[in-house]
Design a protein around this ligand. Structure first.
Ligand SMILES: [Zn+2]
Length: 246
């Protein structure tokens, strides 16, 4: 049995028995690790007080190879996100994104880049304006998928390999995995210039530039729908629809 100390976020929490909790952790060093926190629901438990959704934690657990659930022994708060914790909308969107991470990441797979992304994404979510919450979720969904190799190709036509954009009409083919010349796949709806520009910001990630666009407009909403459909198709997960977008 080894003692592992690493950083982690809680992806999911379940009650277990009278006073315990089982947490599915996204750890920096070991990917997804399920742990049991014995007594975490008793009022004086330090573990129970520290472990909470969307907190960045310093955790120590006993790792026994072959065991499905490891035993959490200590947890300290590295940073908490008060703005997220106090906003139902932010909690909702952060929860949606964490569920997505959980759905694409097998237990035990290395996840250091995803952990780093989660840390930076939650820091950004603290400051995101209400109108841009779906942008936050879509952008970071594309970023997480990209880290797992599920990014669309935007530099050349998926059908004829011609470098793009080249001034001709373009389209985005979810099934083919990226940009195509409209002439190559004429059944698709053409992408407008603004849509192409926004699509590039989502997939060659530049959060700062995206934020400078101001509140999302119709072009961006259409791009968000494409991004969600692309990730859902290639990561084999259900797309998340923004019901409030109208
Ligand atoms: Zn082509």
């Amino acid at each position: 049995m080894a003692i592992v100390r690493t950083e982690a976020f809680v992806l999911k929490a379940f009650r277990y028995g009278e006073t315990s909790m089982i947490y599915r952790l996204l750890t920096r060093d070991r990917g997804v690790v399920p742990v049991i926190a014995r007594g975490a629901r008793s009022p004086r438990s330090r573990l129970g007080a520290a472990v909470n959704a969307f907190r960045r934690l310093d955790v120590t657990y006993y790792d026994k190879p072959g065991r499905e659930i490891q035993t959490l022994s200590q947890a300290e708060v590295v940073s908490e996100h008060r703005e997220i914790a106090s906003s139902l909308e932010k909690l909702d969107v952060a929860g949606t994104w964490f569920r997505f991470l959980r759905s694409i990441l097998p237990d035990g797979a290395p996840a250091e880049p995803l952990y780093a992304l989660a840390a930076i994404a939650l820091d950004r979510l603290e400051r995101v304006a209400p109108a841009s919450l779906f942008r936050w979720e879509t952008y970071h969904r594309a970023a997480a998928a990209g880290l797992l190799g599920l990014a669309p190709r935007l530099e050349a036509c998926m059908a004829c390999e011609r470098p793009l954009p080249d001034g001709r009409e373009l389209a985005f083919s979810i099934e083919d995995g990226g940009l195509v010349c409209l002439a190559c796949v004429p059944r698709l709806r053409p992408l407008t210039g603004p849509e192409y520009g926004i699509l590039a910001l989502y997939h060659h990630p530049d959060w700062k530039l995206l934020e400078e666009l101001g509140d999302p407009d119709g072009d961006e909403r259409r791009v968000q729908a494409l991004v969600h459909s692309f990730v859902a198709y290639h990561a084999d997960v259900l797309p998340h629809r923004d019901l409030r977008a109208g």
